[in-house]
Design a binder for this molecule. Structure first.
Ligand SMILES: Cc1ncc(COP(=O)(O)O)c(C=O)c1O
Length: 396
């Protein structure tokens, strides 16, 4: 099939939920992907912060192939080794004592919302069910997670939403304090807002939020679906603040592209779930577990976090240099390899121009360009991307 045929087939048969670029991708290796016509692209989108180890990572592929020959799926009525081993690895490397496995970020957040409510119901009383979330946040597309998402554009047309959610501006401690009432059972936030435009809070924000939660006896839930698995230079972004959350959600990069989600909690909170409270047919699938275990081991054993910190610093410095040259760049910000550039103009034309020049970048809407490349990129890759951005901005 050629490109036109595939795009027509998709247009005719797939629901119209995505605004897609007119390319058909067929192959990926490291930080590069190729389209059906053989054109090469430097991929600074990485499936939107998913392929942190790059495309077709040899260790992940080998582990998946081996597992494929052994066992691809069984019900959660039975135990499997990959599930037990991944859970142990996650627990050993995080604040958490227990894990629940699912298949996506939205599902992980659904599980977190349910666990918070169940814990609150049993330990704080039936009147404490409200979660405070942040304006400009993003937590997924299910009914509970669009309700948790503090952006009306994702909720429009889907009312009535769920009861029990309140929104406050991100990075505003006073607003957060003011919003807490006798009904509040927890606070849900992203350590760095991803879809909202790579919004980075003040240095001590997360630590202060932890203090507020402790003072009011409410739960702190961090959504690390986008920031987790090394993206910001630490395995989990909450580690930058020296705090421990009560619940954390993961997905995206956890299995480098194999669909998986996880919700982690301390023992005390996790005890609120008992058999029958929550479940997922595919959650904990042996292939997904094997991929995720290999991803985590690779990140921890192969210096990926240090590399991310270093190349992220280099990338940020190059973007700042670009800012000096092009006044249209209002602000450059980010942590590790989760970076963004705020422009004085709409970004859509720039994203298309970069695509035409073989660079995939992403806009989080409006005037913000987001860069979430694989964590294995080199400084040469960054130089190549900067050159394309520079040329595009000069209108060449
Ligand atoms: C912070 C955050 N939470 C949740 C989600 C939803 O994840 P999924 O698309 O896997 O449901 C996303 C997706 O972009 C996200 O960035």
């Amino acid at each position: 099939m050629n490109e036109q045929h595939i795009m027509a087939l998709a247009g005719e048969n797939i629901m119209n939920t995505y605004r897609r670029f007119p390319i058909v991708l067929t192959k990926g290796k490291g930080a590069r992907v190729w389209d059906i016509n053989g054109k090469e692209y430097l991929d600074f989108v990485a499936g939107i912060a998913v392929c942190n180890l790059g495309h077709s990572h040899p260790r992940v592929i080998a582990a998946l192939k081996e597992q494929l020959d052994k066992l691809t799926h069984v019900s959660n009525l039975y135990y499997t080794e990959p599930q037990a081993c991944l859970a142990e690895l996650l627990v050993k490397n995080s604040f958490a004592d227990k894990v629940f496995f699912c298949n996506s970020g939205a599902e992980a957040n659904e599980a977190a919302i349910k666990l918070a409510r169940k814990y609150a119901h049993e330990n704080m009383g039936p009147d404490k069910f409200e979660l405070i979330t942040m304006k400009d946040s993003f937590h997924g597309r299910t009914m509970a997670t669009i309700t948790a998402t503090g952006q009306e554009k994702f909720q429009f047309g889907f009312t009535p939403l769920l009861d029990g959610f309140m929104y406050v501006p991100f990075n505003d401690l006073q607003a957060l304090e003011n919003a807490i009432s006798g009904k509040t059972c927890g606070i849900l936030l992203e350590p760095i807002q991803g879809e909202g435009g790579v919004n980075i809070p003040d240095e001590n924000y997360l630590a202060r939020v932890r203090e507020i939660c402790d003072r009011h006896g409410i739960l702190l839930i961090v959504d690390e679906v986008q920031t987790g698995i090394g993206r910001t230079g630490k395995l989990f972004a909450y580690e930058h603040s020296g705090i421990k959350p009560d619940i954390m959600t993961l997905a995206k990069a956890l299995a480098n592209g194999f669909p998986v989600g996880a919700m982690l909690a301390t023992d005390k909170i996790a005890k609120a779930f008992v058999p029958g409270n929550h479940a997922s047919t595919f959650g904990g699938n042996p292939l997904a577990m094997t991929a995720a275990e290999t991803v985590l081991k690779t990140i921890l054993q192969e210096g990926i976090l240090e590399h991310c910190e270093k190349t992220g610093g280099y990338f940020l410095a190059q973007l700042k240099k670009l800012q000096q040259k092009h006044p249209v760049i209002r602000e450059v910000r980010g942590r590790g390899l989760m970076l963004a550039m705020k422009l004085d103009m709409e970004t859509s034309d720039m994203v298309h121009a970069c695509l035409n020049r073989g660079l995939l970048i992403n806009s989080t809407g409006g005037k913000i360009l987001r860069f979430v490349p694989p964590l294995i990129i080199t400084t040469q890759d960054i130089d190549q991307a900067i050159k394309v951005l520079d040329n595009v901005m000069e209108g060449q």
